[in-house]
Design a protein around this ligand. Structure first.
Ligand code: CA
Length: 234
């Protein structure tokens, strides 16, 4: 969803597993990332990488997230960098204080990674409109989320709404193998009245639509596992 000049996100989190999960998901969404494990390191890195946005954990060793936020919002050269605070559940008062320190948004742990990425995008759309585009692309395929248009090598591809959602899911993570169940969740939503074979039917339609004009098939069927968007067939 991000243009070639993708935004740089600084992720500050002392729990390694959380940090890895966050950076993995932000990268998958097309962002560049830098990481810091404590507040001191964060303040140094802000100068070095000049991030477009900071995802900042509240509880950090050395210098706390609040301190980092206050410091950055006090300095003229860093005060415009949007900050998304991560707070623990139930810290209602803290959350409010977080906003008082100048944080642009906060999200409560445990958070949904999809929601976090969506909110990061929303903040960037507001603050760095040039850094966020509504286009997903891969292997000559372009999907415009705003205009609801798909092209392959510049030629328009007609898709039904379900195939469009399927393709946008695939395009979020090219190469990733999606199980039919996970596609069902993502594309059809939580009501699982839909038969798993329906997924196969729509993947088949998408495959056919994308392969028009003798384009190579980009959807790989992974036996017993599901489907992936992939350039290399074998
Ligand atoms: Ca922490």
């Amino acid at each position: 969803m991000i243009s070639p000049t993708s935004a740089m996100i600084l992720v500050v989190e002392d729990e390694l597993a959380q940090l890895e999960l966050l950076t993995y998901n932000l990268k998958a969404a097309g962002f560049q990332t830098a990481t810091a494990g404590d507040g001191e390191e964060a303040l140094v890195l802000v100068e070095e990488v000049e991030p477009d946005l900071i995802v900042l954990d509240w509880m950090l060793p050395k210098v706390s997230g609040i301190e980092v936020c206050r410091t950055l919002k006090r300095q003229s050269q860093t005060q415009d960098i949007p900050i998304m605070m991560l707070t623990a559940r139930g810290e209602e008062a803290d959350r409010v204080r977080g906003l008082d320190t100048g944080a642009d948004d906060y999200i409560t742990k445990p958070y949904s990674l999809n929601e976090l990425v969506a909110r990061v995008r929303a903040i960037l759309r507001r603050t760095r409109p040039g850094s966020v585009s509504q286009t997903l692309s891969y292997g000559g395929i372009k999907l415009d989320l705003e205009e609801h248009k798909v092209t392959r090598e510049g030629v328009g591809v007609k898709l039904g709404p379900t195939e469009f959602r399927l393709l946008s899911t695939f395009l979020e993570r090219p190469g990733r193998v999606w199980s039919r169940e996970s596609l069902l969740d993502r594309v059809w939503g939580r009501e699982k009245d839909v038969d798993l074979r329906t997924v196969d039917v729509h993947v088949g339609r998408l495959r056919k639509a994308l392969s028009l004009n003798d384009h190579p098939d980009v959807i790989r069927t992974v036996r017993g596992a599901g489907y992936a968007l992939d350039k290399d067939e074998d």
